[in-house]
Design a binder for this molecule. Structure first.
Ligand code: ATP
Ligand code: MG
Length: 444
């Protein structure tokens, strides 16, 4: 096949330097796949017959990234490139790195250890494209197929099961039949994969153009091991006129409707996770989910902690979920009240969540919801233009001012500041030190 890859100057320099010294060197993996697909690559990885020590001798600036596994990072023009020695992997007992690797002088051996045929291309300008496993055909037919026997490959490293699904979501591909069957059969091994690796794959699915791929994860029996909460959601019908999808499908459609931001997308994934627990029926047989926001926030916190998302991220997501059902009119007063509850920095995120959520509901109230959200957004913009009294720290009076006025106890100071804050929310034009202090007695 006639294929000429557009290579960054720095990567070309590394390939040429290695070849000049008598070694083989190729671009490999994702960057070749992405070039063939006409997509922008994340990073340009290089594979070479040179041993790590030999790579380090050839370049000025290198550091040992995973030297035991043969990877050296080479810096050229301050840009990093991972250069890895051809290798054969041992098993992955820790589910992170192979226990032992053996270096080899055979490119084919190195490509054999790679997970999928479309990830097992190599390329350099002299040789052109190397494709030992019919990756081109799979690329053309939009298929993710394991290199070699899929069951063996998933047994070696169960994360590959999630990678297979994730690449489908990112590339718009489907699983090859045999690979798909092996995903289901070996799913139980996901129980041994670290939470961090699972989180990273889930996040890539959530941030892909097709987050509904998580339904496939459920169908294959993967979520039982990594996100059982989603199984319950997918099995919970909503049975009321505001919804046309079950809780799980509704949530995933909401994810898809949202901007590609991790906080928004994780929050939307879990925003209704409490619905299965609080579901009840009225005498007409219509389902209700009273106070599901609180339950969902708690479940989300548990799930996100389990998946080792950062603490701050978890608490922000929980807050957004807790508040996702707040319906308030587009008036300055009520918008200020909501801002006081959620924090000014989170307010635009709340609106994004409400917008994505409403867009995934039935048509019954969708239009009204979206109109309200848009009006609220305009009110919020007006408020922002006008003034800045959103949190206690923006109040024109602080504790020191009150101490200076002779208020002795901390408790009383707190009470007064709180009362002033509430007042100022409704009367922003009066957020001035002299005004507030002159009315001190009315806040006691
Ligand atoms: P991305 O666009 O997400 O970076 P990628 O294909 O470059 O996709 P990486 O995780 O960066 O994926 O890995 C680079 C290459 O290393 C892959 O293309 C694949 O050949 C190989 N690889 C990565 N992880 C595994 C794994 N768990 N098992 C087998 N091969 C793997
Ligand atoms: Mg990559």
């Amino acid at each position: 096949m006639d294929f000429e890859m557009d290579i960054p100057r720095e990567a070309r320099f590394i390939l040429e330097t290695l070849e000049h010294a008598g070694y083989e060197a190729y671009l490999v993996g994702g960057c070749v796949r992405d070039a063939l697909l006409g997509r922008k690559a994340n990073d340009f990885d290089i594979t070479t017959s040179a041993l790590p020590g030999q790579v380090k001798e050839l370049f000025w600036r290198t550091f040992d990234t995973g030297i035991k596994h043969g990877t050296v990072t080479v810096l050229v023009n301050d840009k990093p490139f991972e250069v890895t020695t051809y290798r054969i992997d041992g098993t992955y007992r820790d589910n992170r790195h192979p226990d032992g690797v053996t270096f080899t002088s055979s490119l084919e051996e190195d490509l054999k250890r790679r997970d999928f045929t479309v990830n097992a291309f190599a390329y350099n300008p002299k040789t052109g494209l190397v494709d030992y496993f019919d990756g081109l055909r799979d690329l053309r037919e939009k298929r993710i197929r394991a290199v070699g026997n899929p069951e063996r490959r998933f047994e070696e490293d169960a994360l590959r099961i999630l990678r297979a699904v994730r690449f489908c979501a990112q590339l718009g591909f489907a699983l090859d039949e045999e690979t798909r069957a092996a995903c289901g059969k070996e799913a139980f091994r996901l129980a041994n994969v670290s939470a961090e690796r699972i989180r990273d794959e889930l996040e890539k699915m959530l941030l892909s153009p097709d987050p509904e791929i998580l339904i496939l994860c459920h169908d294959l029996g993967l979520t039982t091991y990594i996100l059982p909460e989603l199984d319950t959601m997918l099995e919970t019908k909503q049975e009321n006129p505001y919804h046309f999808l079950d809780v799980g499908r509704h949530s995933l459609l909401a994810v898809k409707n949202a901007p590609m931001d991790p906080l928004l997308r994780w929050s939307l994934l879990l925003h209704d996770s409490g619905k299965p627990v609080v579901k009840s029926f009225d005498e007409k047989g219509i389902a209700h989910f009273y106070r599901h926001e609180e339950k969902s926030a708690r479940i989300a916190q548990k799930v996100l902690q389990r998946l080792r998302l950062p603490k701050k991220f978890v608490s922000k997501a929980a807050l957004l979920i807790l508040r996702h059902g707040d319906v308030f009119p587009p008036t300055e007063k009520s918008v200020r009240r909501e801002i006081a509850k959620i924090g000014v920095e989170n307010f635009p995120l709340l609106l994004e969540i409400q917008k994505a959520d409403s867009s995934a509901q039935s048509e019954l109230a969708r239009k009204d919801h979206l109109e309200r959200i848009e009006k609220v957004r305009q009110v919020f913009e007006e408020i922002q233009k006008k003034d800045k009294c959103f949190s206690l720290k923006d109040l024109a009076v602080n504790g020191d001012d009150l101490i200076a006025m002779g208020i002795p106890s901390g408790r009383e100071i707190g009470k007064i500041l709180d009362a002033m804050f509430k007042y100022v929310l409704d009367h922003p034009e009066e957020n001035k030190k002299d005004i507030l202090l002159s009315e001190l007695d009315s806040f006691r």
